[in-house]
Design a protein around this ligand. Sequence first.
Ligand code: C2E
Ligand code: CA
Ligand code: CA
Length: 510
Amino acid sequence: MPLKAKAHQRNLRVAITLVSGLLPILLGAVILYWQAERTLKQGTEQTAHEAIRQFDLMLDNTAHAAQILLPLAGQNCKDVTLALREQVTRRPFVRSTNLVWGDDLYCSSLFGEYHEVVNPGDYTLGGLWLMNGNPVTPNTALLVYRLSEGKKGVLTTLDGYHLSNILRLIGRKTTLLLQVGPDWLSADGKVHKGERPELPVAQSTELSENYAFTVSAGFPEGETWRYMSSEYPPLFSLLIFFGVISGSIVHFLQKRAMSPTHEMQRALEASEFIPYFQPVVHGDSKRWAGCEVLMRWKHPKEGLVRPDLFIPFAEHTGLIVPMTRSLMKQTAALLAPQSASFSEPFHIGINITASHCQDLVLVKDCREFLDAFAPGSVHLVLELTERELISPTATTLQLFEQLHELGVKMAIDDFGTGHSSLGYLRQFNVDFLKIDQSFVAMIGIDTLSSHILDSIIELAGKLDLALVAEGVETEEQSDYLSDQRVNFLQGYLYGKPMSGAEFISALSDY
Ligand code: C2E
Ligand code: CA
Ligand code: CA
């Protein structure tokens, strides 16, 4: 059935609705994730930058002390101990100062005269060494600054406590690491040797422009999601809102697109409603007298659809009017080129519904139809079913008068199944009665039906109306109806409804 959704179509529809609802949410979540990563990265860059600034300030302090003490290197330790201690006292971050001559550390602010070998290779770029403590304070980080000039040298030390404080305070939410050569310091004040660990989220590493150290800032695994869930709940609500809106819009559009009305409108625009033609023959000679035009829906998936499956719905929605108009245009285009070969006016029966008779537009449709043919070459017969008769109003009476003036003929279809009165037949200038196929089918079988058939034939004779018998399938029916002088016959015995091409080809054989 073309107008009923199938289960797999419904599933597809649900899937499309779900995807269109989820897609904006997913896309939005990806954008938010990306935004969160950017924000975190900016944060770590700033933090690393600030840490570098602070460490630089501290090292400036120790470097100043070293510069002041350098000229004293080589002098007797006793003479300069005071100067060494003065720098320790005056400079906030300096913990100790030491003088070096060659590779001999010979004088210290802590011990005075004291000897230790200095290995310049311990110092990154000859200037900085991050140590894990010294004999006085083992296991306490210490940053040693070295300044040398020829044999003269100064070592000033910076307490690791200040360094780890900076790592802790600046990077409250960020993990910060200070790296000097092969050693690195973590916020807990511990000095580690070897590869610095990677910080999985938003890692930024900055190099000091003034001293040989780097600072890395970053976050542990999962920080992006933690950040999103703490910062973005309103945005997430908005995303879900958009998802619901988008899903609903798509659902609505699909429903509309899948609605029978929309589907028929589409089919009409795609010219899927096409005419089929069934021959109507003369009752006596059985020669072709014309045809009845029967609508078919050439559905792209369902194939050829019978009219009783869609005509009632088309009538219900009012689409039957443009559909009939399209059918008439197609019929005229197909048959008009044949009109020269018609030896007598060719009957063309078109089925019309009551809704098509509500205004005078039908007159225009019929005029356009007739204008396509050579004058007088066809008889246009409008078939109105007896089950759905038109009420006689000023408009309908005017309509039928104008149709009559145009030369359009009227037939009452399925005659015998409804209840048209004699007055009705006269009022609307009816020309033909089409005997319903149920009476024809009972010929020779059911005597009551045959009686009704006989009375219809008698009535038509008295009212001077021409008769068409429908649904003639057997020779017996054909003979009976011919004997009764029924003017025209129609049925599978003479020809089934066929496509335009088949009909035209069959027409040339007759
Ligand atoms: P209808 O106007 O009474 O058309 C005659 C129906 O009987 C056609 O069915 C035709 O194929 C069928 N028929 C013809 N000869 C025989 C026969 O010997 N034996 C049997 N058993 N059937 C025969 P179809 O084409 O399926 O049309 C069904 C109905 O749909 C039509 O009945 C008509 O009421 C409606 N219809 C068809 N085309 C149109 C149209 O363009 N507009 C409107 N409003 N209704 C249409
Ligand atoms: Ca008909
Ligand atoms: Ca009929």
